[in-house]
Design a binder for this molecule. Structure first.
Ligand code: HEC
Ligand code: HEC
Ligand code: HEC
Ligand code: HEC
Length: 194
């Protein structure tokens, strides 16, 4: 209950800040918007692989996962790891965030039209695909693709592309470099050879 109240207060605050200074809000990391307890809790945490000290905020939506004729990954039945965490607020069903911009919400059918998440990206998939880097290759962030972009189970998740901890990391919290107004291909080329 206490945590929910925090969310509501923070939500109203973020909304006001958003109306007054939209560009400032865009540059803020989630840690600055929600503090750490939007996602972590220091005590009585729940287990979610890939998210240490998870606060337990669950999405209430059942999603249809991505599929296509060319996609070769084995996708989880429902979003896993930090994708599950993100969708706790971004599923369009969280009453504390009913004010959220609809473009920022992903409802039951919206993952079918988003880049696939919650599947293992390993050497076998890279070989099968033929146009993916091996996850042991370097990203542009200092470590390997596995270390910098994938969860501990070697899965692609929301956090593969977004960094919720760092302010000003790039537009829309995108990893890799300052994305700027024009969305360049650098993020995508950390994994794809295209
Ligand atoms: C919007 C959700 C969110 C918020 C807010 C958030 N975190 Fe995290 N945190 C994550 C996710 C997701 C992971 C695992 C994936 C990753 O590192 O991106 C993580 C991982 C971590 C880790 C372990 C992994 C690592 O790379 O060190 C630490 C430590 C951590 N967070 C601390 C913090 C602190 C301290 C704050 C507040 C200043 C904070 N987080 C705010 C989502 C969040
Ligand atoms: C505690 C709730 C909460 C969680 C958990 C959360 N978000 Fe958000 N997120 C928000 C809200 C609220 C906004 C602002 C919405 C708006 O402006 O309409 C937002 C905005 C964003 C934006 C747009 C930022 C911009 O600069 O325009 C991105 C990208 C994003 N979130 C990604 C993520 C990812 C990835 C995760 C999981 C690692 C995550 N969020 C987890 C609540 C959350
Ligand atoms: C393959 C990389 C990738 C993955 C994985 C990914 N995103 Fe994004 N996301 C992007 C890019 C690139 C943009 C900017 C799109 C634009 O501005 O046209 C974006 C934009 C957003 C926005 C801002 C809304 C918008 O339409 O611009 C939110 C919120 C967001 N992502 C949340 C998420 C969540 C939640 C997940 C996991 C369910 C996720 N993203 C997974 C790359 C990704
Ligand atoms: C963290 C690594 C990573 C990043 C970053 C990434 N992708 Fe992917 N992407 C993958 C993997 C792995 C697949 C699965 C390939 C397969 O099975 O064919 C994939 C699949 C795809 C597909 C094919 C889906 C299908 O149905 O065949 C497209 C198109 C794509 N990504 C575009 C992008 C774009 C555009 C970006 C940048 C916004 C991006 N990716 C960023 C790893 C990544």
């Amino acid at each position: 209950m206490v945590m929910k109240m925090n969310f509501t207060k923070v939500g109203i605050l973020a909304l006001l800040v958003g109306i007054l200074t939209p560009t400032l809000v865009k540059a803020l990391a989630h840690s600055d918007l929600f503090s750490c307890n939007g996602c972590h809790t220091p005590h009585h945490a729940e287990a979610l692989p890939g998210v240490p000290l998870w606060n337990g905020l669950e999405t209430t939506v059942t999603f249809t996962m991505y599929s296509s004729d060319s996609f070769q990954g084995a996708i989880d039945e429902q979003p896993s790891s930090d994708s599950k965490l993100c969708l706790g607020c971004h599923d369009g069903a969280n009453p504390d965030f009913s004010w959220m911009n609809p473009d920022f919400e992903f409802g039951a059918d919206d993952l079918t039209s988003s880049h696939p998440i919650s599947f293992i990206y390993d050497s076998a998939l890279a070989t099968l695909d033929g146009a993916l880097k091996d996850p042991s290759e370097a990203s542009t962030l200092g470590g390997t693709i596995f270390e910098d972009l994938l969860d501990p189970d070697s899965k692609v998740q929301c956090s593969s592309c977004h960094d919720v901890h760092t302010s000003g990391v790039g537009e829309k919290l995108l990893r890799g470099y300052d994305y700027g107004i024009q969305h360049g291909p650098e993020l995508c080329r950390m994994c794809h050879i295209k």
